[in-house]
Design a protein around this ligand. Sequence first.
Ligand code: NDP
Length: 606
Amino acid sequence: MDERIGMMATQANVNKEALLAKYVAERDKRLRADGVDQYLRLEGQLAHYKADPYAEPIDRDPVTDHVTFAFIGGGFAGLATGARLAEVGITDVRIIEKGGDFGGTWYWNRYPGAQCDTASMIYMPLLEETGHMPSEKYAHAPEILAHCQRIARQYGLYEKALLQTEVTGARWDDANSRWVITTNRGDHFTASYIGLGTGPLHIPKLPGIPGIETFKGHSFHTSRWDYDYTGGDPAGGLMEKLADKRVAIIGTGATSVQAVPHLARAAGELYVVQRTPSSVDVRNNGPIDPEWFAGIATEGWQRRWLENFTDNQAGGNPDEDLVQDGWTEISARIRQKLAGLPREKMSWDAIIAAYEDSDFEKMEEIRARVDEIVDDGETAQLLKAWYRQMCKRPCFHDSYLQAFNEPSTRLIDTDGKGVERITERGFVVAGTEYEVDCIIYASGFEVGSSYERRAGFDLEGRDGRKLSEEWAEGMRSLHGVHAHGFPNAFFVQPVQGANLISNIPHNLTDIARTIAAVVGKAERDGARKVEVSREAQDSWIDMLLQGPGRMRRAPDCTPGYYNNEGQEPTPAMRLSIGYPAGPSAYFKFIENWRSSGEFEGLQFER
Ligand code: NDP
């Protein structure tokens, strides 16, 4: 038996009907007609919230040259692609990045306490190639940012990079078989191939609270942390300048869960303003022992770990669990339940039932943990999450709940309604105004907006066709990577491929292999164009649509970005799916696709 499941609530003491009724009541409180439109974009008088506090402005001449490969986005997707291309000898690579350095998510998110939620051994890309040993099971943000820089240095990606630069247009020039790229710094250059790793969660958003622009104190979004104001540093140094300040943090998602313990330690007074509690399970972080690491880090280790995690989490039938964390525990519970089932009773319904039972039990444990940790009974009650674990991003932390025992810290629960109003002096909840010096918005990022909106430009493919038009009814691709009408372009993101949500970098590093293989072949064969045929794309999409679809979201889920804020999914969301047989099967499939040398579905044209 899996030791982590030793304490599990038994089925007998979970009253499922009562729990479901509670889940529905809590969801209903939070449903709102404006759905995703409730959030504010950082435009006009709110535009200053997205200014980069981490980079010194630069001045440079525009570039007007030609490169073999241009990649938009300097996060894990661009780094992995640049590295894999270098491995096949393609080093004429230019990464264009709006931030002041490589890192993507890890460039922007420097809030105190930021760390990865998926184990470093599988989360951090190219550990084996760079020889880096993560210092902790869940590495903190500065180490991950430094690792991004390490990859960029090792593979020579700084050389041609355009940092602090936003792409404004990318147009396919069919006569010359190249992409023409323009930027906000006047660059106008061409590239034989283009890659897009613009990220799903990078445009910060603010909550649509009336009066938000009237606040006279200091305020910022968590992805633009103002250490000049707070003191301290991303490594967790005490934010000494907050000692005499009254601070509010609005939002209690994955970001807030990590930042709150640091704010609780530093602030004179801290208000944690909650609309929906997060589920917060055990983290169990710790240092990685170099001796142990030296023992396991034999050739091919990271790939073995990646495959083992994916098999444990979403697919195969592994005989060991190398990562041993909250993600693999969820699947271990389900497997354990199914193991007791006679063979003739094994069915899809039985799997769903095992999943549901495990979930009810797990959430009961998570709620019981709140009672164990939080001293004040009323606060503990308010911190309990009443929904299924996968309705919202599961959180793991060993000092978030404890923070509510600090004398400085007070939970302001809005009973699902959110903050009523922001005033010149502070915020209002249930008619009471709370005066504060600083408001920190832990309100997340735009999700589900159109690709061109998140990318910041519209890709213009063959015959002038725009990506926004091609994908108006939803994304259409082969493997999530190639799109018909957009030759020599590659999308680096999980959807319509493995769609492994618990470890996004695995999707990205695998796609990087695909790109290197395809571009390597095109270059070897002297092909000027590579494009997926319409037929191959259509049949891939038809095949995906035959599967069970997007991870089943229970109708009783509380609203959030996982379920379009509780609104009906848009037609485009129907295509936000992955390989029906699951991520493990996908990774095997694509490995065969790449290594066969056939590249079925793609057309190479000289
Ligand atoms: P989220 O979107 O998860 O959270 C936003 C928070 O703001 C929610 O608690 C939301 O409440 C609250 N909120 C929104 N509007 C209001 C309002 N009007 N009044 C009061 N509260 C409001 O953003 P995060 O930045 O926390 O996380 C975004 C994602 O980034 C995560 O889901 C995760 O995928 C990723 N992430 C990953 C981390 C990691 O791997 N270590 C760490 C941090 C983030 P409600 O829930 O009711 O909508």
